[in-house]
Each structure stands twice: as C-alpha cells, then as structure tokens.
Design a protein around this ligand. Structure first.
Ligand SMILES: [Zn+2]
Length: 298
C-alpha cells in the first residue's frame, strides 16, 4: 500500500491522439470486464505506484474497498466503473497506448498471484482479480465524483459518442458548415466526435465515398448521412470482430493481441481498391498516413 498523499490537483496534458487501442478495443474490454465485476464487492485495492500518465489519487482509489461495483460503461476511451454508496466515486481507467486489463478467476481467499511485469494496480473483487498491466505507462487511473462525472476535466470537453443517436448526418452537417479543415481531421477531433482514430476515419471515408482531404464544409447533407453511417459501421464491425478476443484477456495471463482488422484502405497503399479496382493512394499529413481511392472517393 502506498501512503495517502495530500490532496492534489492534477494537471492533465492532452492524451496522445494516435494512441492505440482505439474505441472498438476499449468497448470490447468494457464488455469483457463488465460481467466479472458488476455485482461484486471490492475486497482490496493494491497500487504499486502513485502515478501512471498522471498522478493517481491514491487515497480515493483505496477507499473503494467495501463498495460494490454496480455498472461498467465507457465514455470515449475511458472505462467508468460505478460503485454503490452515495459518496463512492466513479473509477476512470484509460488504457493509454499499451495498457491491458486482465481478469483472473480465483478462489475468494486464495493467495493472490505474483504481480506480473509492468502490473501497476489490481483490484480484488473476491473471486475475481482485475489487473492493470502497462509497459509504457501512458494509461490512467483516476476518480470522479458520480454527481459531476461529465464535468471531470478529462471528460468535459469530449464531443458526441459515435455509436449514439446524437451522431448522425444532421449533426455532422451542422458541425462541418464553413469548416475548411479536412474531413478526416474533423472526424478525428475528439471535441466533435470521440474515439475515431486515423484508421477508422480513413476506413469510414472510403466506405462513404468521400476523399479524406476534402474541406469538411464542402460535404453535402447526403454525404454527411453516408459518412456518419460509415463511421458507425466501421466501429461496429470492429467491435463485432473483437467480441470474442476478450476471452484472451480473461484468466489467460499471456499477451493478447488486438483483433485483426478488416481494412479496405488503411495500410493498403499501392494495392487495388476492393470496390473499383483503382490503386489505393497514400499521403502523409503531419507524420500521419492517409489512404484513399481516387477512383471511387469524391
Ligand atoms: Zn475505389
């Protein structure tokens, strides 16, 4: 156990926008963790360090002992563990670039297993052990008051969730008027819509038949409808593909890779477009690759 520190005010720098995992992986982890922790009471919290990407509010996290988890959901790429008790905070978990959550199935009073290499914290839920492993330590562990969760500094400026009804053609049309920024860059702006990284933005543009470098303001309402739908489809396809891979995270302690993605354009530069046969183009903007088909994307 680490000693409780004086209360601090964390200063949050911007998380890296190119970070993996992307939203579908986080959703997959969320769905995988949920059945193992909801309804279970925290027996103990063990922290092996006082910070990850940012300082960990050690005392507040350790005070979750005795509380029962009642819900696990996600906002952008933050997992949110909600607990019973009016004063219990919501636990926020971000996987950063290399963070993984593992759930061990164990006997309630069995001796806990050895810490794994790069395992920074764990929560003992009795017959389940939630463990966080993160070699590069870009992940985060924080708490937020349940009543003001949406106003937490990490969450308050986030845009709409791409899989929720609020993200649709009408929303995208309104959000793009008079905007000169490239369509793909706008899709990756978390203040507009969260969780759409370079890969899925590229894939959605291809699916919608829109060139990623077009000015966002030039999109027609019909193109906005197609693009919003395409974003939902590429994310949902990835989540569906990842639905089984979480089994690798549960109980099994070995490395579990992210699911292989079905990609139409991303990292397919020079190859033939699956829709029209033209050659997939690749350009680089600010160190980030953009892929598109000049044959069928307008
Ligand atoms: Zn094409």
């Amino acid at each position: 156990m680490l000693a409780a520190r004086a209360p601090h005010r964390t200063r949050y720098s911007d998380p890296p926008t190119t970070a993996l995992p992307e939203l579908p992986e986080v959703e997959t982890v969320c769905r995988g963790v949920r059945p193992h922790v909801v309804g279970r009471r925290v027996r103990a919290v063990e922290l092996r360090r006082g910070d990850l990407r940012w300082p960990i509010p050690v005392a507040a996290v350790e005070a979750l002992a005795g509380h029962t988890c009642r819900k696990v959901d996600r906002r952008s790429k933050y997992l949110q563990l909600h607990f019973d008790g009016a004063a219990a905070p919501v636990l926020l978990v971000h996987l950063g670039m290399t963070g993984r959550l593992f759930v061990d199935v164990k006997r309630p009073r069995a001796a806990p297993p050895e810490f794994r290499r790069h395992e920074h914290w764990r929560i003992d839920f009795g017959d389940r052990l939630l463990r966080f492993v993160d070699p590069r330590r870009f992940g985060a562990l924080d708490v937020a008051a349940a009543a003001t969760l949406a106003q937490h500094p990490l969450l308050e400026r986030l845009g709409v969730e791409p899989l929720e009804p609020g993200f649709d053609g009408a929303f995208l049309f309104a959000a793009t008027r008079k905007r000169k920024v490239a369509v793909k860059i706008l899709l990756m702006n978390a203040a507009v819509v969260v969780g759409v990284g370079n890969i899925y933005a590229s894939e959605a543009c291809w699916r919608a038949g829109v060139r990623p470098r077009r000015a966002a303001g030039s999109l027609t309402r019909r193109e906005c409808d197609a693009l919003a739908l395409a974003v939902k489809e590429v994310l949902q396809a990835a989540i569906a593909a990842g639905g089984t891979s979480f089994r690798d995270y549960v109980g099994v302690a070995e490395d579990a890779g992210f699911f292989a993605r079905e990609l139409a354009v991303y990292e397919r530069g020079g190859e033939a477009c699956r829709r029209c046969g033209a050659t997939i183009r690749r350009t680089t903007d600010g160190g980030r690759s953009t892929y598109w088909c000049a044959g069928c994307q307008r």
